[in-house]
Each structure stands twice: as structure tokens, then as C-alpha cells.
Design a protein around this ligand. Sequence first.
Ligand code: THU
Length: 132
Amino acid sequence: MINADIIDTMIRTAKEARSHAHCPYSGEAVGACVLASDGTLYGGCNVENASYGLSCCAERVAIFRAVADSKRDFDAIAVVADTDDPCVPCGACCQVMAEFKIRDVIMANLKGDVQVADLMDLAPCAAGKTLR
Ligand code: THU
């Protein structure tokens, strides 16, 4: 399990990444941060498109940045948005987290609410790889 200091650092990195969101259609800026097992942090923001279905969530952008930088092993991911409750990842992002066995999911909002969940509780039926 990751400790409180790392959680704070990940949320801070996610907030910084959130400031780069391209979200002219929804107006909802989201930031994410994935922690590679070597300690490297990768931030991501949502990137929307006029063809809405092409939009990509912040979590996937962070994971894809890390994978493109050769990382395959991860300890946790954080996501933050200006939501009433901590921001919950969508099913597509949970599926990508399952691909890379990212179990610890830190969900936060700008008010400072933080919730940590096991990916198995968010997406118990993710396809492809068994996490049990
Ligand atoms: N979004 C994310 O980036 N991550 C989430 O966990 C929730 C949703 C994005 C997708 C879209 O660009 C905008 O937030 C509104 O749904």
C-alpha cells in the first residue's frame, strides 16, 4: 500500500497535469498521475476532440505516456477533478489499468476529498488479465 506522502505528491502532480487539459466541449478539466514502480511519476490530462468519441481521459493519457517511456510496472494511479465527490475513473480507464495491473486507485477532488480504492472493487469484471 502506498503511503500518505506519496499520495499527496501524486495528487499534486495530477493537479499540475490538469492545468493542461484540453476540454473545450465538456469544460471539465481532469488530471491524473501514474506512479511507475521505479518511482517515476507521469502526469496526464484529458484531451477532447470535436469528434467527441476520440477524446481521451486523463488516466489513459498518463498511463500511455509512461508506457511510451518504456514503463510496464506501476504501483498506483491518482485522478483529480473539480467534482463534488472524488473523481471516479470510467470503465475504459479501469480496463487499461487492469492491463497493467494498477491496483491502487486514488480518487480526489479540488476540495481535498481523497478516496483510495482497489481496482477490483471499481471494475471486478475487467477483461483479459486476472488480478486475483
Ligand atoms: N474524464 C477523465 O479524464 N477522467 C475521468 O475519470 C472522468 C472523465 C474526462 C473525459 C471528458 O473529457 C471529461 O472528463 C468529461 O467527462
